[in-house]
Design a protein around this ligand. Structure first.
Ligand code: ASP
Ligand code: MG
Length: 401
């Protein structure tokens, strides 16, 4: 007997048919004698529809009221699942974030989880009930409803697993695991049996949109084993854990992130403090920077280029223009026609020649590299957006075929 947390995403609970299918999956695990806690997302598209409804009425709705509104999607899901399980004769109870004591800070729309109470959930499990927890939502110190950011139900599931000291946190979704590349893009992408937390964090950050990256960071910090699996197929998925059991392959995956833009600041002085001023004003505005490149032009002037999320491009340029006299530069150039392509692998550290092989594969398909960034477990290149898919395929072929 184990304590298992299962999370089902919006597409897995989209309609009556899906709810019934998921109910059977839950019933099976429960009948094997396990204690089962289920975290659900809002039914497919519900969150987006609620957002549109609000914006039809007011294009600057308050964040507090948006959280009250959006949290209803998950509340509906858990109630519907409880009703489905009731029909199967199974004891289940649905609970909101407030009822389980999912305490967060007060940053409406992107709240951070501070603590999770366990009394209520444990009491229900002791009664042999299936506990259904509304994902994505919490409550702050004012007893107001908060939400923890789009896609946040994965993080709710891991937080619940940590609090209850669960044996396993299974994330059911519409893909059947983590692949060596996006299977829609690369035909012979292979499903991985397992992957380390660090690799998964890199792949998630690189745009492999399977898991909320905060959920993996939390799982790593507390050593919770995760598994990503399909809610449609009855087969094992991909385990996400600390150290791979199998001997490590060099590369675990190839990822693409096209949600990027590049900013180049031209003609800055070559003296101490300039980079500091640039990145301080951007950090003060709470905008994230990714790859940074400084190039020396001539004796007195430099350029600095960096990437930001595409939706931040306009505001980052505004911030820089406002601070032009403090920073000192001649002009700003931008491009949103770029994408980042990365190879990720914990085995890369001890394998020389990976970078050379990567650049060779890109050269073979005539893809020009605009910027490069590396870490212990990844190499990323910035390329023209139109070349990105070709680059992913070439890299996958190089490292996996
Ligand atoms: N329903 C929320 C969203 O769409 C949270 C989630 O699905 O994880 O972002
Ligand atoms: Mg999701």
């Amino acid at each position: 007997m184990a304590l298992i947390v299962k999370k089902f995403g919006g597409s897995s609970v989209a309609n009556a048919e899906c709810l019934k299918r998921v109910a059977w999956t839950i019933a099976e695990s429960y009948s094997e004698g396990n204690n089962v806690v289920v975290v659900l997302s809002a039914q497919a598209d519900t969150t987006d529809e609620l957002i549109s409804k609000a914006f039809e009425l007011n294009d600057t709705p308050s964040k507090r009221e948006m959280d009250v509104l959006l949290s209803t999607g998950e509340q509906a899901s858990v109630a519907l699942m409880a009703i489905t399980l009731e029909k199967l004769g199974l004891p289940a109870v649905s609970l909101t974030g407030w009822q389980i004591g999912m305490n967060t800070d007060s940053a409406y729309g992107s709240a951070r989880i501070k603590s999770v109470a366990t009394e209520r959930m444990k009491a229900e499990l002791d009664r042999r009930r299936i506990v259904l927890v509304a994902g994505f939502q919490g409550v702050n110190k004012y007893d107001d409803i908060t939400t923890i950011g789009r896609g946040g139900s994965d993080t709710t599931a891991v937080a619940v697993a940590v609090a209850l000291n669960a044996d396993l946190c299974q994330i059911y979704t519409d893909v059947d695991g983590i692949y060596t590349a996006d299977p829609r893009l690369v035909k012979n992408a292979k499903k991985l049996d397992e992957i380390t937390y660090d690799e998964m964090i890199e792949l998630a950050a690189q745009g492999a949109q399977v898991l909320h990256s905060r959920s993996v960071e939390m799982a790593k910090r507390y050593g919770v084993e995760m598994e990503v699996l399909s809610s449609l197929k009855r087969e094992p998925g991909t385990k996400v854990r600390g150290v791979n059991k199998v001997e490590h392959t060099k590369i675990s995956g190839v990822a693409k992130d096209a949600n990027l833009a590049r900013v180049s600041i031209i003609g800055i002085r070559d003296e101490p403090g300039v980079a500091f001023k640039i990145f301080r004003v951007i950090a003060n505005a709470k905008k994230n920077i990714d790859i940074i490149l400084q190039s020396a032009n001539n004796n007195s002037a430099n350029d600095i280029s960096f990437t930001v999320a595409r939706e931040d491009l306009v505001s980052v340029v505004e911030i820089l223009e406002e601070n032009k006299s403090i920073i000192g530069f001649s002009e700003i150039k931008t491009s949103d026609n770029i994408a980042k392509v990365s190879i990720v692998g914990a085995g890369m550290m001890s394998a020389p020649g990976i970078a050379a092989a990567m650049f060779e594969a890109l050269y073979d398909v005539k893809v020009n590299i605009e910027m490069i960034a590396t870490s212990e477990i990844k190499i990323s290149v910035l390329v023209n957006e139109n070349d990105a898919d070709r680059a992913v395929s070439a890299l996958h072929e190089k490292f996996f075929d």
